[in-house]
Write a protein that binds this ligand. Structure first.
Ligand code: NAD
Length: 442
């Protein structure tokens, strides 16, 4: 009998929580659970999701202990896995991440652009806090972190908590694999094998085969060169108009290097002019999310609470999030399965900074990760990655040292900011917008 696990979702008030819990319940046969906890520092936001899930679990899985809490001791004691999905500052601050840079003629981009750098300065402290709670109350546990901006958070934990049991992972390449599987007539992304290298939201597939080793790249390239990723199936979180535009634009991103299949986020660096022309500064991604996913998820939960029952209710499963269960199983049962993770390079890309947090395939087992060497990378990608990894490292240095100068350098070096002058004006506005969240910069 497989051991039953105890998990806590940190950022329990996240719009992704019901989908993640639904996915976990759907996978109990291979990942049995004895306890599910939600932890958040916003009691009111989490309560709606917590109450609804409490009703649902009591009706469908009374054998699983369920609590939602804002008390770190209660949240992190006796857990095997921490699933971290924080957004420090919530959508109110995401709104500023996206809109303040637009006032300066720059893309906000809430992961790797200036908005992401602002978000990174807020997130480092939040993620370290969760990691410290885990180490205090359940030192044997693993943290599976998919909080954004993943690249900056990963660099911060590499520098500041080098011995922590944390694995940083992103779902974007999985969504792309879903689409690529569909392009070649396969049903599941797990039916593909792949090679990939880059930074988070900044990478390239170099090989895609089926499980028998047949090369699928020619068919996929043909498809992407005409349609991008636009007409493939995908996950429900990526259906808004801005995502459809991103998936279509991938064909122009692909054109820059027809040897590889790119991550869609590269459009922000290659075609910032296009992105600016297609952005309404009064209505950005965050507005789509608030009008769509946030409203739907909280409405769904409120409905269960009002009726006092989850009878007849179906949770929209976050099916692609099964990678989280696969990862937890790999750690618990030493499966040595292959995952695309954000890890310290350490020679896996020999012609790239060994201390960079790169996104590469790794094997995962009981003792953690083993990198799969991706070989030497071409000049084009190397140049782009060197610039971006420097931006990310400078943000972390700015946070650690409280350095205005380093944050100005980070923004100046970002491919989406046109000059040091704009970077400085933008930085001053971001400091104002993030009062109370950023460390003081001098
Ligand atoms: P959300 O605002 O709905 O939820 C985030 C929750 O985190 C909120 O309830 C908030 O109160 C909580 N929180 C913030 N700071 C906290 C702290 N210090 N301690 C405890 N809780 C805290 O946001 P969302 O859109 O659902 O996204 C959540 C996170 O998951 C984001 O970082 C998002 O980018 C990330 N995400 C990552 C992936 C991936 O695969 N990398 C996919 C989807 C979402």
């Amino acid at each position: 009998m497989t051991q039953k696990h105890s998990i806590v979702v940190a950022g329990g008030g996240s719009t992704f929580t019901p989908g993640i819990i639904g996915m976990l319940l759907d996978n109990l046969d291979r990942f049995p659970l004895r306890k599910i906890k939600l932890y958040d520092n916003d009691e009111k936001r989490q309560e709606v999701i917590g109450k609804a899930l409490e009703i649902l679990l009591k009706e469908r899985h009374p054998e699983i202990d369920f609590v939602y809490t804002t008390d770190p001791k209660e949240g992190f004691t006796d857990v095997d896995f921490v699933l971290a999905q924080l957004r420090v500052g919530k959508y109110e601050m995401r709104d500023r991440d996206e809109k303040v840079p637009l006032k300066h003629g720059c893309i906000g981009q809430e992961t790797c652009g200036p908005g992401g750098l602002a978000y990174g300065m807020r997130s480092i402290g939040g993620v370290l806090e969760i990691l410290d709670y885990m180490e205090e109350y359940s030192p044997e546990a693993w943290m599976l972190n998919y909080s954004n901006p993943a690249a900056i958070v990963a660099e911060a934990t590499r520098r500041l908590r080098p011995d922590s049991k944390i694995i940083n992972i992103c779902d974007m390449p999985i969504d792309l694999m879903y689409k690529m599987a569909d392009m070649v007539g396969l049903k599941e992304w797990q039916e593909l094998d792949f090679s990939y290298y880059g930074l988070n939201h900044f990478g390239w597939f170099t090989e895609i085969t089926d499980k028998k080793g047949n090369d699928l790249m020619p068919q996929i390239k043909e498809h992407v060169s005409v349609n991008g990723f636009a007409d493939g199936i995908g996950t429900s979180q990526h259906l808004d108009p801005s995502w459809v535009e991103t998936f279509t634009k991938a064909k122009d991103v692909y054109a820059l290097d027809p040897e590889t299949i790119p991550n869609t986020y590269l459009k922000y660096y290659f075609y910032p002019d296009f992105v600016m022309e297609h952005t309404d500064p009064e209505h950005t991604r965050v507005d789509e999310v608030r009008e769509g996913r946030e409203k739907d998820v909280f409405g769904f939960c409120q409905n269960i609470i009002d009726k006092g029952t989850a009878e007849g209710v179906e949770i929209e499963l976050d099916a692609h999030a099964t990678y989280i269960v696969d990862l937890a199983i790999a750690l618990a049962e030493n499966t040595k399965e292959r995952f695309l993770l954000i890890v310290e390079n350490n020679g896996a890309i020999p012609n790239f900074d060994p201390t960079a947090m790169v996104e590469i395939p790794c094997l995962v087992g009981k003792n953690g990760i083993e990198r799969i060497n991706q070989g030497y990378i071409p000049q084009f990608q190397k140049g782009l990655m060197e610039q971006q990894v420097s931006v990310e490292k400078l943000v972390v240095e700015a946070w650690v040292e409280g350095s205005y100068q380093k944050m100005w350098q980070a923004l100046t070096l970002s491919a989406t900011v046109p000059s040091a002058k704009v970077a400085k004006e933008l930085l001053d506005d971001l400091i104002e917008a993030n009062k109370g969240y950023w460390p003081e910069l001098n």
